[in-house]
Design a protein around this ligand. Structure first.
Ligand code: SF4
Length: 474
């Protein structure tokens, strides 16, 4: 008996692995790769939590979830109470559990990260949200009495949904105006089905709708109605219109056919379901050799999408080394497992077309790493005379996005920064106009889902204070 004790202790300390589709299965489908913890695994993982008196994990969460609180409910087997605990501060747990960079946030600050593996907080959050969905339940928080005050939200992305959730719970009347025909923003058009199933996004949107939030789609604020026109009908406005303006490299050949921004490429596949053409009307080319330029999560998503569309070879072209890749480590690992070829320390300098204007080749330079730049990462420096040409029949450019310019252009008096983002006071998310707030990518440029939600939380608290000062109209 004494011989079995050490083995049991080691097992109990180990972070539970996430079950996944095998690489050879998943490259042939768009189904979710990570399958989620079964209940027994979730309880085992939750039981590793030390229930710290001063939990450092909480400090790493931009929306202030009571992390040890919901983990304790899992250990106790009271999953409904766990869901309720999360939903006090997070309307989108199934989404956050899947796409938040926990390794840079709550799991980074978890005390167990020092000596062993941190608690798999994101996987446990996802477990509870999926349990709720599978059980057909919807835990609804306590709602405040109606105030009669009206708030318009521009954009049904993560920031807008978070503000809506918080304000409707506080008793205000909330209406979302969404430019696309579906809600979710980047969650819907940007992140592929195999990382975030769209049924989950729809479920979370339906949840805020069930709380009483009204949603108008195909409504482009700045075109259909301006912000100032909306302010005739609403007491306050939150702008969460995202970062929909893709960057290009500004090299020759970027206007060739077969060269996409990642925004266009992923929107065709994720939102317009191009991968199910002709059942859905939007076609997407299925090239055999694809280059994806960039090293972030969007680049990984684009490369893994190209793999699933049947490309023979998919290259990820990145100008720094693997250590500097900004994508989440698990997404890099998934891409490698699925056969994406990493062309590191490589910089495209020219795209070359055929006689019909289609991309056929890409000229690149080899790079080496020099001194650290302003970002703290070592600067990539071209190796002179290292030019080479590689054959590609599609190129996807995934090097970033700027804030969507429509609202800044059509709303007089809004202060805008050099990068085109709306300037806000960080503590309140308030803009230079007294009844307009903003958050998410329209302020930060492209950032994470959870930071957009954090902005939404801050804005909602500030809007609530503003509306209460105006007084209830109910
Ligand atoms: S810091 Fe880690 S171990 Fe401590 S309460 Fe948070 S999740 Fe649990």
């Amino acid at each position: 008996m004494s011989e079995t004790k050490p083995e049991k202790k080691i097992l109990d300390l180990a972070r539970r692995a996430m079950p996944k589709q095998t690489p050879w299965e998943r490259v042939k489908n768009f189904d979710e790769v990570a399958l989620g913890y079964p209940a027994e695994t979730a309880v085992g993982e939750a039981a590793r939590c030390l229930q710290c008196k001063k939990p450092l994990c909480n400090q790493g969460c931009p929306v202030g979830i009571d992390i040890p609180g919901f983990i304790r409910r899992i250990v106790e087997g009271d999953f409904a109470a766990g869901v309720k605990k999360i939903k006090k501060t997070n309307a989108l747990p199934a989404i956050c559990g899947r796409v938040c960079p926990q390794e840079e946030q709550c799991e980074k600050t978890c005390v167990l990260g020092n000596k062993r593996s941190p608690i798999a907080i994101g996987r446990l959050e996802r477990f509870l949200a999926d349990w709720e969905a599978a059980a057909g339940r919807t835990e609804v928080p306590d709602m405040a009495p109606k105030t009669g005050r009206k708030v318009a939200i521009v954009g049904a992305g993560p920031a807008g949904i978070t503000v809506s959730n918080d304000l409707i719970i506080l008793g205000h009347d909330v209406t979302i105006f969404e430019a696309l025909h579906e809600c979710g923003g980047v969650l819907m058009y940007g992140i592929p089905e195999f990382r975030l199933p769209k049924a989950i996004v729809n479920r979370e949107v339906d949840y805020v709708r069930s709380l009483g939030v009204k949603i108008f789609t195909d409504f482009v604020v700045g075109k259909t109605r301006t912000v100032d026109r909306l302010l005739q009908d609403f007491d306050a406005i939150f702008v969460g219109s995202g970062a929909g303006l893709p960057w290009f490299m500004e090299i020759p050949g970027e206007n060739l056919n077969g060269v996409y921004s990642a925004n266009e490429y992923l929107t065709r596949v994720n939102l317009m379901k191009g991968f199910r053409f002709p059942e859905y009307k939007t076609p997407v080319k299925r090239p055999s050799r694809v280059a994806v330029v960039g090293g972030g999560n969007v680049a990984m998503d684009s490369a893994r999408t190209a793999v699933r569309l049947g490309a023979d070879e998919v290259h990820l072209v990145y100008r720094r080394s693997k250590a500097e890749l900004p994508a989440r480590a698990e997404e890099v690992e998934n891409a490698e497992e699925e056969g994406v070829i990493f062309d590191l320390l490589t910089l495209p300098v020219r795209l070359i077309g055929d006689a019909n204007g289609w991309i056929k080749e890409m000229e690149c330079l080899r790079m080496e790493l020099g001194e650290p730049d302003a970002s703290g990462r070592r600067r990539p420096v071209p190796v002179e005379g290292s030019n080479f040409i590689a054959r590609f029949d599609a190129v996807v450019i995934a090097i970033g996005n700027s804030p969507n310019p429509l609202i800044p252009m059509t709303t007089p008096g809004l202060e805008i920064n050099k990068k085109g983002g709306i300037v806000t006071v960080p503590e309140t998310a308030q803009t230079s106009r007294p009844n307009i707030w903003a958050g998410g990518d329209i302020v930060r440029g492209a950032a994470t889902v959870i930071s957009a939600m954090g902005d939404g939380r801050v804005a909602a608290a500030s809007i609530h204070r503003y509306l209460m000062n105006l007084g209830s109209k109910a």
